[in-house]
Design a protein. Structure first.
Length: 312
């Protein structure tokens, strides 16, 4: 089967690393590039983490540095500090991925200019790089098939009561993406809090006896430690946020989605960064987003199992 051409923009990040394992281990995607955003950590650290996890995966996909900070505010990093420890594991393979000097938005433009078919963009961090690309290369929007993102929420947030981290870090960038006219799929907290992995699942990743299985298990255990408040709400499970974006691309049938009009609040004192999802079509505006709000958890875990098993 022909592989689907994609560009992945991410801010590794524990769950970004799991997303990359799913993307490359599935063997169904032609990853044209990985571009790196700042969010979970500063650009220096997310870029280094991206290089390390891609070296573990054993891919030669090109990696490009992105923005150091959001479009029009200071960078807020998440409490994903422990993510660095996993990426500093001494047994990690030598870094083989050679970083490029072309900035992320220019790299996206080069790939789309050369593309003979439309390319899907997957985003699992703040949307600064993608907004910069859309603003600087509006003529290339037609070469994008869809933007599939992890971010936002219909009725919940994790940075403020209603704003999710990726959208909260750069609301102006998020607004540019949702208003761009490019079709969007949004995997927000409503669905990622159902994409749960439990300790019994995690142990099975260690049975593969490959390095990637051990690292994946460590990443998920650190995720659980990172968000104890969510783990309690999630009956002891850990939300696999970023893998949802790739999983939707690989098998949309395991998700439940609804076509909605979505915009992003950039001004509100209490609501800056909120994805305003018109779930009940109150505004009668043309839907611009497929909003995912449920997932077959076991099917998602099975996809991740099979992908990680395929890796070194
Ligand atoms: O809110 C969850 C999102 O914020 C995930 O993408 C995680 O990696 C962090 O970037
Ligand atoms: Ca992320």
């Amino acid at each position: 089967m022909e592989k689907l051409p994609v560009i992945i923009d991410c801010d590794p990040g524990l769950d970004d690393a799991l997303m990359l394992m799913l993307a490359f281990g599935s063997d169904q995607l032609d990853v044209k590039a990985v571009t790196v955003s700042a969010g979970n950590q500063t650009q220096d650290k997310t870029f280094t983490n991206a290089i390390k996890i891609l070296s573990l995966i054993g891919t030669n996909a090109p990696v490009f540095r992105g923005a150091e900070k959001p479009l029009s505010c200071e960078l807020i990093i998440s409490n994903d500090m422990p993510g660095e420890m996993v990426f500093n594991e001494p047994s990690f393979p030598a870094v083989t991925t050679v970083p490029n000097t072309i900035p992320a938005a220019a790299a996206m433009a080069g790939i789309l200019e050369e593309a003979t078919k439309k390319v899907t963009i997957v985003a699992t961090g703040p949307l600064t790089n993608i907004a910069t690309f859309l603003s600087n290369y509006p003529n290339l929007k037609v070469k994008i098939e869809r933007i599939v993102l992890m971010g936002g929420g219909i009725f919940r947030g994790n940075m403020t009561p209603l704003a999710e981290f990726n959208m909260y870090v750069d609301p102006e960038a998020a607004a540019i993406v949702f208003r761009s006219g490019v079709p969007v799929t949004m995997c927000g907290l409503d669905v990622t809090h159902k994409a749960l992995v439990f300790p019994r699942d995690i142990e099975l990743f260690r049975t593969f006896k490959n390095k990637s299985g051990e690292v994946a298990a460590s990443l998920m255990e650190l995720l659980a430690k990172n968000y104890p408040e969510q783990t309690a709400e999630l009956q002891g499970g850990t939300a696999l946020h970023d893998p949802c974006a790739i999983a939707w691309l690989l098998n949309p049938g395991i998700f439940t989605t609804k076509a909605c009009y979505v915009d992003v609040e950039t001004k509100g004192e209490l609501t800056r960064g909120v994805t305003v999802v018109d779930f009940y079509d109150v505004l009668h505006r043309e839907p611009n987003t497929m909003v995912a709000y449920d997932v077959d958890r076991l099917a998602l875990i099975d996809m991740l199992f099979n992908a990680v098993r395929n890796l070194p």
